[in-house]
Design a protein around this ligand. Structure first.
Ligand code: SF4
Length: 59
């Protein structure tokens, strides 16, 4: 399944700043989206830990 962001995302952009190869903001700039769900980069774990909404998970 890979990396997913649920509806709790509040668009803080923290994950995008920490891990820009994996996360990006959507066209409206209000929610993050995953552009590389299969990434194994260490920054994914950092982004999961840093997300204030606990909206990111690996499934
Ligand atoms: S860190 Fe969490 S709340 Fe912030 S943009 Fe990323 S998924 Fe959304």
């Amino acid at each position: 399944m890979g990396i997913v962001i649920n509806e709790d995302c509040m668009g803080c952009e923290s994950c995008v700043e920490l891990c820009p190869d994996v996360f990006e903001m959507n066209a409206d700039g209000d929610l993050a989206v995953v552009k590389d769900p299969d990434s194994t980069l260490d920054c994914v774990g950092e982004a999961i830990d840093a997300c204030p909404a606990q909206a990111i998970s690996r499934e």
